[in-house]
Design a protein around this ligand. Structure first.
Ligand code: HEM
Length: 430
């Protein structure tokens, strides 16, 4: 998908709602992908809770911070939503994808209540060895290795850096070969397209089924089990961790490892590109906030707020109930009905943030963005994302303080759910 770059994730608020037809809204339409922020602004103001008849056969779309944050914590909503993207298929045809759904339905992200708590504790226990101190030199080494290889006169930030890096980082944490980053990107890309899109085809489902099978085989292989054991990697830790005598089954281990790869690779790779794009017009003196230990923290939080690649969080109604939205609209929810909570819109809600569309690198903490969600399902990987983003950006701008994004055709991922570029030419200097 190639088009001219839009005016930097602008967030124009003066357009009328006629600018878009709400009923056309889809995660796979270029019109929304290129610059969704005017649309979000209009929806926050005029239609903060909107029933889309076309998305998954009837889905409530929520755009304000108060509704998104409240509903993410609402225990009447459920996360057992692994089969939502297959709703367009007749039940007899869903059978074909049973093995793929078996993997997703084991993901800790898709459980509720006590079962979720148990799985999450188990995953937390497995992650104990991966402290910031342990990860810092490893991530820095991977970043430096990639940046040493680019031509500073001009390179594709995404293809040569932002895409390989997260796959390498998470492979390294798992204790599996980092050289397989291209395969990991391909497999997780298919899964991301399934969960980020609002319309998928049977062909795509078949491809995703094959990618999921290859990813699961990779994670289940004896060779990778041996490598991870030798490294003390997370794949091995997931097998070993016991919480109150409970262990993950072998199929659960493979499923949780696949979740961590999907959730991490599909998001960080776009985040880095979005950040560099947003920083393109920022004066060097301000960008230097990323280089100082005392200012880098707030600067990264602000980039996470404005540049999140994860546009929404999904839920389904766990029971039938009425929800009163922040504008007073009463929403009748049927059991099983899907909702999409737009965190990328909530992050720019003027009710919560001053100058919501501006990148304010010294915005005071706490920066209450919803980029990692809120409540019991808060992102498992948030420390790894913060650390990887900090190291990636500070290393880029330390090497090339004048790093520029020249005018160019932009290639967007064809999926607003994972929002970002699939290539971005940059110049480090002469
Ligand atoms: C830019 C990077 C990332 C963003 C924006 C992001 C965003 C999110 C969000 C919004 C949620 C909450 C979903 C919900 O409420 O249902 C979530 C959950 C999760 N994330 Fe991330 N994520 C990122 C990277 C990662 C990484 C690197 C990992 C793992 C290494 C990861 C693993 C997970 C897992 C396992 C969950 C489910 C947690 C649960 O349900 O208890 N994420 N993420």
């Amino acid at each position: 998908m190639s088009q001219h770059l839009p005016p930097h994730f602008s967030g124009v608020t003066s357009m009328s709602l006629d600018f878009v037809s709400v009923d056309d809204f889809s995660h796979n339409r270029f019109q929304y992908i290129e610059d969704p922020f005017p649309f979000y602004a209009q929806m926050r103001e005029h239609r903060p809770a909107h029933l889309s008849e076309s998305i998954f056969g009837g889905t409530w779309l929520m755009f304000r911070y108060a509704d998104c944050a409240g509903l993410m914590k609402d225990e009447r909503l459920s996360n057992a939503r692994s089969a939502v993207p297959l709703r367009f298929l007749p039940p007899e045809q869903r059978e074909e994808f049973a093995d793929m759904l078996d993997v997703y339905s084991r993901w800790l992200a898709f459980h509720d209540g006590a079962e979720h708590t148990r799985n999450r504790r188990q995953a937390n226990r497995s992650y104990v060895p991966f402290t910031d101190e342990y990860l810092e030199p490893r991530i820095q080494g991977l970043v430096d290795g990639l940046l040493d290889r680019v031509d500073p006169k001009g390179f594709d930030l995404i293809g040569e850096f932002a895409f390989p890096l997260p796959a390498m980082v998470i492979a390294d944490v798992l204790g599996v070969p980092v050289e397989r980053h291209a395969d990991l990107n391909r497999w997780t890309d298919d899964i991301a397209h399934l969960f980020g899109s609002t319309s998928v085809t049977v062909d795509h489902l078949r491809r995703t089924r094959e990618s999921t099978r290859q990813l699961a085989d990779f994670l289940a292989s004896e060779e990778n089990a041996r490598l991870s054991r030798a490294e003390g990697g997370l794949l091995h830790q997931l097998r070993e961790a016991r919480v109150r005598g409970h262990r993950f089954s072998e199929r659960d281990v493979v499923a949780q490892a696949a979740l961590l790869l999907f959730a991490g690779v599909a998001s960080i790779r776009y985040l880095i590109g979005n950040c560099v794009h947003a920083l393109a017009d920022v004066p060097v003196s301000e960008r230097n906030l990323l280089l100082r230990p005392e200012t880098v923290g707030p600067a990264v939080e602000e980039l996470l707020r404005l540049c999140t690649p994860v546009s929404f969080v999904g839920r389904i109604a766990g029971e039938a109930f009425e929800y009163t939205a922040s504008d007073g609209t009463v929403i009748p929810l049927a059991k099983g009905q899907p909702l999409l909570l737009y965190v990328a819109s909530a992050n720019r809600d003027p009710e919560v943030f001053d100058r919501p569309d501006e990148l304010v690198l010294d915005r005071p903490l706490p920066n209450r963005h919803l980029t990692f969600g809120i409540g019991r399902h808060l992102c498992f990987g948030d420390p790894l994302v913060r650390q990887t983003t900090r190291i990636a950006l500070s290393s880029l701008y330390r090497r090339w303080p004048e790093l520029r994004v020249p005018p160019q055709e932009a290639n967007w991922n064809n999926n607003l759910g994972f929002h970002g570029f699939t290539s971005l030419q940059v110049t480090g200097g002469d």
